[in-house]
Each structure stands twice: as C-alpha cells, then as structure tokens.
Design a protein. Structure first.
Length: 335
C-alpha cells in the first residue's frame, strides 16, 4: 500500500522512558556468560530503561501525552481520534486507549481504540490517523509504547535487547503539509517473531536479520526512487532501533549518508513501536538547529510488517526525551 496525504501535519512529539536504568554489562559480571558479552558487543546495546513497581506502557504514554497536550495548549474536548499502538495492553479488554482517554480528560466526541502492532507500529499509526483526520479535518493523538523488558534477564539473552518506552504524537489537519507513505505486510513469515498466549515469545534472529538487510533495504531504495528523493531531500533517517548492527546494515545497503542516520538503541535498547519517536526526541537538540526538518521514518518487524513515512516536522515541535516513574492509581476498579 502506498500513497500521499495532503494537509496533515505532525504538530508535536514527546517520548518518555522509565527512570530505572539497567546496564547490560552488569549481567556479564553476575553470571559470567561469554554469550552475553558477545551479544552486548554485537548489538551495541549497553543500557536499557526498564519499568519497575507496576509501571506500564500506558503510564508512560499517558505522561508523554499529558505533557504534549499542555505544550500545544489543545482543548481536550476537541480531539477527534486517540489511538494507542501497543503489544503491552493493560487488559484483555477493553482497549487500553479508553483508560488513557480517561486519564487525559479527553472528551466523549472522540474515536478511541488500540492497534496491536510492534516495531512498524509508529509508521502504521501515523498513516492510519492521517487518513481519519483527512476526513474529519481535526486533531488526533497517536500513542505508542511497550513495557516488556525484564530487569533480571536470567538465562534469556533476548531480554538484553528490549527496553521500555512510550511516545505521544499530535497530528492535525493543516493545509500545505504532506505525508508520503508506503507499507508492506507478509503473513507467510509470521512465525519469525511471535508469542503464544501464556507462553514465552520466539524470534528467529537470523531470519529477522536477513529480512532487514534484504526486504527493508530494497524498500528504502524503491521508496526513494519512486518519490525522487535525493540526499538534499532528507535531513534525518530514523529507523526502528532493532539494534545498531541491523540499522547500520540497512543504511549501508541502501547507500544512505551515515551522518544523517540517527541512533538510540545503545542506551535504550529495542523499544518496539516507540523507537522511532524516541530516537527523534533523543536528538531534539541536534535537530533544532534550523526550522523545519525532513524525516525519513522506517519501521520494520513483527508480522512481518514494514513501512516508511516521509514528512516534515517543525523542530520546535520535538520535545526532549523525558524520564518518569509515575504510576497511575486508577486500576482498582478493574480488580
């Protein structure tokens, strides 16, 4: 699927992580596992932020969204759509987006729902919301986030890859702004990354690596060719932060200028759907040197699914990354 939305603008981005930081190198000292040492060196993921004391992705997303709404000074009764992209819901049902709506005091005249999607979730969410707002000519709030890391890692080296984070992005109908997109899905490879109910998750690491270095690379090349994008048309390339090796491999394979590729996985790990906006916010001070910036955003992962969104964002709308351990106390009613 490919297309272009005219008259849609990203008005603001805020990302949040837990204050608690875990150093992957500490695992080497604790259990003296050579495999862990090799993995830390290979992936480049040295630190991760991990939720504690019952904090969830919805807590982080609510904190980020509240800050963003205050920054924009939006009327909370005048938001058309609230979408939460997550694979870490609070409940089996209803959608976690309803809890966040209540926390943020968003009015009833609003469409609210969750999207179950992982590492491509941010670009998928942007496209979904943009399509709705093009019809309503209004405002929307896209939330993404996961809280799935395990501080005590144990014998699972996969836990050394993932970090917890969430983000809030505001979109609005606004003339003379555009968003170009393309999305792909391949259910025949759904068994590459999956998690059954009440069982541990599984990932075929080698297959996922080849997926990134082949399918994603070719899609990046194709997108740039179709949209006649040159080096001057992109200020920053922001990929899903699976791990440094994969992102570097994709950038190299697609022939991208390395100085325009942003990273965050070294200190935050793989934060799934939140990794693209987190990376943008992490480099907020860097991107704020001049007015509007052109972002090439590419998410890829579980499904398998992958997609690209190309859009301009006003540097003033990108807020620095925040850390929070806040836990909302509104869950008693669901016990």
């Amino acid at each position: 699927m490919k297309g272009k939305y005219d008259d849609i603008e990203i008005r603001g981005i805020v990302s949040a992580v837990p204050e608690n930081t875990v150093c992957n190198l500490d695992y080497i000292k604790k259990i003296e596992n050579r495999r862990i040492k090799k993995q830390v060196k290979l992936t480049g993921i040295k630190n991760r932020h991990v939720c504690l004391n019952g904090q969830t992705a919805a807590d982080l997303a609510s904190v980020a969204a509240d800050k963003l709404l205050d920054f924009l000074q939006w009327d909370r009764d005048n938001i058309d759509v609230l979408i939460f992209v997550t694979q870490s819901p609070e409940l089996s049902r209803p959608a976690t987006a309803f809890l966040i709506q209540q926390r943020l005091n968003i009015g009833k005249n609003c469409l609210v729902y969750d999207i179950n999607l992982g590492c491509s979730g941010y670009v998928g969410g942007l496209t979904t919301m943009a399509g709705l707002l093009l019809a309503t000519k209004g405002r929307g709030l896209l939330l993404v986030g996961e809280s799935h890391a395990m501080e005590g890692g144990g014998k699972s080296t996969s836990s050394l890859l993932v970090g917890d984070a969430a983000s809030a992005t505001a979109l609005e109908y606004c003339e003379n702004h555009s968003m170009v997109f393309r999305h792909y899905s391949d259910g025949t490879r759904a068994n590459y990354i999956y998690k059954p109910f009440n069982k541990p998750g599984f990932m075929d690491g080698n297959a996922v690596l080849l997926f990134g270095l082949n399918d994603v690379v070719e899609s990046v090349k194709e997108f740039q060719k179709e949209n006649h994008l040159t080096g001057d048309d992109v200020d920053y390339y922001v990929f899903h932060q699976a791990q440094r090796m994969i992102v570097e491999g994709v950038a190299q394979g697609a022939g991208l200028p390395t100085d325009k590729v942003l990273f965050s996985s070294d200190d935050y790990g793989n934060t799934s759907s939140a990794s693209i906006p987190l990376t943008i916010c992490l480099h907020a001070n860097h991107s704020q040197k001049d007015g509007r910036k052109k972002f090439f955003m590419c998410g890829f992962g579980i499904g398998l699914s992958w997609g690209i969104v190309y859009a301009e964002i006003d540097s003033k709308a990108i807020l620095p990354l925040i850390a929070s351990d806040y836990v909302y106390d509104d869950r008693d009613v669901f016990q």
